[in-house]
Design a protein around this ligand. Structure first.
Ligand code: HEM
Length: 218
């Protein structure tokens, strides 16, 4: 591998591309889901209050990296959003040479394989009868801990050797942003604003997310 200026430029550019619009997409769909599921919103707020206390001076603080790890319900809500609306909705792979997949399928050299992660997040065979419901509880065990779901099932960050390098960082960032915003502001979706996915490499909203933001009164 050559570590010259061009390599460095491409690596940095890759990090910008991989880590900006994906987080934007994940958070946009997350805020829309939370705004349209008031019970989930209430549970997220309850957890934030429980974990961080309700002292007035504490209200505006931004939660740290270690703090957000305690937000199990919020983690479940984010996973659920990424399952239903994976920021990378289609992945493209291409074989270099003839190979046989673990499933027994044979691929010829240069065969292009498209993985439809958007559909995989909504398969009844994979997620059960309630696969289309937004249910953060799906990710929480009876003991109240996060359930580990293998990445070959929860495919939104890809799986195997080319798994997303920013997976853990993404959860930290999204939890910091989501907890700070939800704790301080109420988000209401503007009525009749169309919410459709754009046909693009990253699953953004075609018309953006139009909301009314109100400061919460403490
Ligand atoms: C919700 C947020 C994110 C999602 C859903 C996501 C998803 C993905 C997916 C599906 C891939 C595999 C693409 C493919 O091979 O077809 C990938 C790769 C990658 N991601 Fe992310 N990503 C996210 C955030 C980030 C962040 C924040 C960073 C870095 C700061 C990052 C860095 C990377 C890199 C470097 C790769 C390439 C890994 C490789 O090919 O070896 N990602 N990501």
């Amino acid at each position: 591998m050559v570590h010259d200026d061009k390599f460095l430029r491409d690596a940095v550019f890759n990090l910008f591309v991989a880590g900006r619009d994906t987080i934007t997409s994940g958070l946009t769909w997350f805020f829309w889901l939370v705004a349209t599921h008031p019970l989930v919103e209430a549970k997220i707020l309850e957890e934030i209050e429980k974990v961080f206390g309700a002292a007035v001076g504490e209200k505006c603080k931004i939660l740290g990296m270690e703090d957000v790890k305690k937000l199990v319900y919020l983690h479940g809500a984010l996973c659920e959003g990424l399952r239903l609306f994976p920021p990378v909705p289609i992945e493209r792979k291409q074989s270099l040479k003839r190979d046989t997949l673990p499933s027994g399928h044979c691929v010829n050299p240069n065969t292009i394989i498209l993985l439809f992660t958007y559909a995989m997040g909504r398969f009844e065979e994979i997620w059960g009868k309630d696969c289309l419901e937004f249910k953060p509880e799906r990710w929480i065990s009876e003991k109240g801990e996060t359930i580990h779901v293998p990445s070959y099932k929860f495919i939104s960050f890809n799986a195997g050797p080319r798994t997303c390098l920013g997976k853990d960082l993404s959860f930290i960032q999204m939890k910091m942003v989501a907890s700070t915003i939800l704790r301080n502001y109420r988000i209401q979706v503007v009525e009749n604003h169309p919410t459709t996915p754009a046909h693009s490499i990253v699953l953004l909203m075609k018309h953006g997310l139009k909301v009314i933001i109100t400061k919460r009164q403490f």
